[in-house]
Design a protein around this ligand. Structure first.
Ligand code: 5GP
Length: 125
């Protein structure tokens, strides 16, 4: 039997509410398929979140079930966001916490984009 990668999506999560305009955000970029906005609790000089507009919980869900136009639109939005905030060409890091073990707090797929400073090693040992 094929694996069902589609995860149940909670429409009341914070990023769904931002997408519907019910909560404010400091927008960096909005495209047909993605929204980028500053993280409310930045951990780097530049800390932006990029989210697909579609209802995807995790990377697994998105990678397995999103139409190719949405995947391309999301990836391009991440690249464009890096340029808009000046992280490209200086250098930056993108990171997606996916699932419990990674500490994903908001159940709507998001990529963190960190920049604006030297970022140090990838993980503390
Ligand atoms: P996660 O731990 O799920 O990878 O990251 C969730 C991120 O969302 C955190 O960095 C947190 O600061 C950010 N965040 C949570 N609530 C809000 C909000 O209402 N607005 C914005 N802009 N960011 C939020």
């Amino acid at each position: 039997m094929p694996i069902d990668h589609k995860q149940p999506y909670d429409d009341s999560n914070i990023f769904a509410r931002i997408l519907r305009g019910e909560l404010p955000c400091r927008k960096v970029l909005e495209t047909d398929h993605a929204l980028a906005f500053h993280d409310i609790n930045p951990v780097a000089a530049v800390h932006v979140l990029v989210i697909p507009k579609g209802a995807y919980v995790s990377w697994d869900d998105f990678a397995a079930t999103a139409p190719e136009a949405e995947i391309a639109g999301f990836v391009r939005a991440i690249g464009e966001t890096a340029r808009l905030v000046g992280a490209e060409p200086q250098g930056y890091r993108i990171l997606a916490n996916s699932g419990k073990r990674a500490g994903q707090e908001v159940p709507h797929l998001h990529v963190h984009l960190f920049g604006g400073q030297p970022l140090g090693p990838m993980l503390a040992r």
